[in-house]
Design a binder for this molecule. Structure first.
Ligand SMILES: *Cc1c(COP(=O)(O)O)cnc(C)c1O
Length: 220
């Protein structure tokens, strides 16, 4: 027996409460259920419980498990939330509906090429390294405006929003607020921010997509 459906219901309830507390419309936040490291047997009960939006952080892992699940549940929406290498752009464009981690010119260029070649256009978000951590992916906050403009003007990519992963040891609120500010001044409507431990804070600050893994699937 899987505990995931019950935990999924709790997360959905918490999202609805946070939407109401922030005076935001019910249903304005999309729950991305992060299924990385979990196999089809763990994902199946969550699909059966009605969840259709899922996040994976590795292209290759997602390629291994999602084609069969997508055949069984054709309305699944798959989000890439982990770092993307240009040499995986082809597979990423073929499999994912939303890519949250556009963060450098080589990746933008590879995505533009594959989108044109495959005639398939995933929605794209730019990852911003709000904490300016050396080991973390994402464009620096002060380089975000120029990179977003380059995606549009140099590569012809439609960018719909921004994503961030705040530093583990810091309070996330200011990072979410910074991401919202950069999105607002660039006219971007999607904000992917908030994970199991902080999605309610993210919703307060305007998240449109929260990426929740362990609170649904259990510890990895
Ligand atoms: C794993 C992961 C998540 C989910 O983290 P939890 O703490 O398990 O909710 C969210 N975003 C990204 C980018 C991740 O890699």
């Amino acid at each position: 027996m899987s505990d995931a459906p019950a935990r999924l219901a709790e997360v959905r309830l918490a999202i609805a409460r946070a939407e109401a507390d922030a005076l935001r419309p019910a249903g304005s936040v999309t729950l991305v259920a992060v299924s990385k490291t979990f196999g089809p047997e763990a994902i199946e009960p969550v699909l059966a419980a009605g969840q259709r939006v899922f996040g994976e952080n590795r292209v290759q892992e997602a390629q291994g498990k999602w084609p069969d699940l997508k055949a069984a549940y054709p309305d699944v929406e798959l989000h890439l939330i982990g770092p993307l290498q240009s040499n995986k752009a082809k597979e990423a464009v073929a499999l994912f509906d939303v890519i949250h981690t556009v963060d450098r010119p080589s990746v933008a260029q590879a995505l533009a090429k594959e989108i044109a070649r495959q005639g398939r256009a995933p929605r794209l978000l730019v990852q911003v390294n709000t904490g300016e951590e050396a080991q973390k992916a994402g464009v620096a906050p002060q380089e975000a405006d120029a990179f977003i403009a380059a995606c549009r003007d140099d590569y012809g990519l439609a960018i719909d929003g921004l994503m961030c992963i705040p530093p583990f040891e810091q309070s996330p609120g200011p990072h979410f607020a910074l991401l919202a500010k950069i999105a607002a001044r660039n006219g971007l409507s999607l904000l992917s921010m908030g994970m199991s431990s902080d999605f309610e804070t993210a919703i307060e600050v305007g998240a449109t997509h929260v990426r929740v893994g362990s609170a649904i699937f259990g510890t990895r």
